[in-house]
Design a protein around this ligand. Structure first.
Ligand code: F6P
Length: 500
């Protein structure tokens, strides 16, 4: 077991005092990478804390594990396979990079063919997929899919994940079945929700007399045989390697709707931005390494201060899906209780990620952040260049509010009336992006991926499996077959809903 005693023994200090005591604090705890400015100076990290975390990183073999990750070793030990999402952006083991390139070429060829009219008229992209097969493309398309100057969108994209038919019907209401391309995104090509949605979407096309509905289906998957078996023509199956995890897969063919909607050039820039962050993570010393510093702050709050949650707030409407994207990335990766060698972790693992959009959240949940009893490390994500063309005052207010909230959380305010007092000393970090482009968004997402990896490594857990989702799936299947051995409460609910 790694020795956390040095970290646990770090003295408590007040944030405002830390600034007073150390004029070099801001420069030590902020850095710039790939158009992103990171600032952890409003967290309780100190020079001593950084040294203690660097020692823990040494003890847990972070550098060697990072090399193993990029080198294509089987770091996903419980599934005995490599972790290859960085290869998708050209960083990693040569063979894996080469395979990813070949798959990207295939993807590009299909996009060119669609743009050239080979599949007939395509104006609408109906993407069905769930979890990692939906959240990444949804984030990218929503963040970057607004044409500059309010022009026409290249394609109208609907990403449908929920098995609730309402989700699919909403897309049907918007889309012309004759101009729709059905994209089925599933790494395994067995996920119940996705396969049912795919079947219903195909039926909708058939019912509307689309001449060759199967001819308008594209599959994005690491199980190409299953897609062909389902009925997708091999030429429209875009594979990716099984070593690319679902929640890390937007760089692979799972990014297809984003590449179509934004254009191939933009997709490549997204990959390049991520690759720049990969190189930064691989090559920078820990004290200037953005994913490592962020993970040190995460761990300080979960392990020393007892924080059970963390809250990213996007002060940019274009990034409104970032918190839900991060929920899967962080909670599915590090919500574990067992170490890589099968022992109980014995300490808290991932914080619960929640969050929202500023300034909306200020008028809804920030009360608790300022005066509640929970310690919640907050993360502000903001962009200097506005995404809108309205009066400058909109963006000015947006940014001023983000920065003021961080200052208020830290400074607090004492008055005679306790109900109107703010304790202060509440931590936050800020990520300030120069301009929201495919490149900076790629770098931002890759930063979060590596931060998760550092958290997982220092906790001694495998961030790349997700066995915790299986039991619920098995029990839903058993319930559907009427052979589940259920408790009285569940049996009654199934009966009341008319499902038995
Ligand atoms: O149930 C969780 C999960 O396996 C995620 O990890 C994954 O992203 C999602 O389901 C979808 O899986 P698939 O891409 O195989 O349909």
């Amino acid at each position: 077991m790694a020795d956390w005693s040095r970290i646990e023994a770090l003295p408590d200090s007040k944030l405002m005092d830390l600034f007073d005591q150390d004029p070099g604090r801001l420069s030590r705890l902020s850095l710039d990478v790939g158009g992103l400015h990171f600032d952890w100076s409003k967290t309780h990290l100190t020079a001593d804390a950084l040294a203690a975390f660097a020692a823990l990183a040494e003890e847990t073999g972070l550098a060697a594990r990072r090399d193993a990750l990029f080198g294509g070793a089987h770091v996903n030990v419980t599934e005995d396979r490599p972790v290859l999402h960085t290869a998708e952006r050209g960083e990693g083991e040569v063979g894996a990079v080469d395979t990813a390139r070949r798959f990207h070429t295939r993807m590009r060829q299909l996009i060119d063919a669609i743009e050239g009219g080979a599949l007939g008229e395509v104006r609408h992209i109906l993407h069905v997929g769930i979890g990692g097969s939906a959240l990444g493309p949804d984030l990218i398309v929503d963040a970057l899919g607004r044409p500059e100057g309010g022009g026409e969108k290249r394609y109208d994209v609907a990403i449908v994940s929920n098995v609730d038919g309402v989700a699919l019907e909403d897309a049907f209401a918007r889309f012309d079945p004759h101009a729709t391309l059905l994209v089925i995104a599933s790494k395994t090509f067995t996920t119940t929700e996705t396969m049912l949605n795919a079947t219903s979407a195909l039926q909708w096309m058939t019912e509307h007399d689309v001449a060759d509905p199967y001819g308008r289906v594209v599959a994005l998957t690491a199980s190409p045989d299953k897609a062909v078996e389902w009925g997708v023509d091999e030429t429209r199956v875009l594979p990716f390697d099984a070593g690319v995890g679902g929640r890390y897969s937007l760089w692979s063919s799972i990014g297809f709707p984003a590449a179509l909607a934004l254009g191939w050039g933009a997709f490549e820039e997204l990959l390049e931005g991520a690759a720049e962050m990969d190189r930064h993570f691989r090559l920078s010393p820990l004290e200037q390494n953005a994913p490592a510093l962020a993970a040190f702050a995460d761990l300080y709050y979960t392990q020393v201060r007892g924080a059970e949650t963390r809250a990213p707030f996007a002060y940019d409407q274009r990034l409104k899906l970032l918190p839900s994207y991060l929920q899967q990335l962080e909670m599915e990766s590090n919500g574990k209780s067992t170490t890589v060698d099968g022992r109980p972790v014995g300490r808290p693992t991932a914080a619960i990620t929640w969050g929202g959009v500023g300034t909306d959240a200020q008028h809804a949940v920030f009360q608790l952040l300022h005066q509640g009893t929970h310690l919640v490390p907050v993360e502000f994500v903001a962009v200097i260049e506005p995404g809108d063309t309205l009066a400058e005052e909109h963006h000015r207010q947006l940014l001023l509010n983000a920065f003021a909230q961080g200052a208020a959380l830290m400074k607090g305010k004492q008055v005679d009336d306790p109900a109107r007092s703010y304790a202060g000393d509440r931590p936050s970090s800020t990520i300030l992006i120069d301009d929201l482009t495919p490149r900076t968004l790629g770098a931002l997402i890759a930063f979060y991926e590596h931060r998760v990896f550092v958290n997982g490594t220092l906790l001694g857990i495998n961030s790349f499996d997700q066995f915790g989702v299986e039991l619920g799936k098995e029990m839903a299947k058993a319930a559907g077959q009427g052979d589940g051995d259920f408790d009285p409460s569940t049996t009654d609910l199934i009966r009341r809903a008319g499902l038995s």
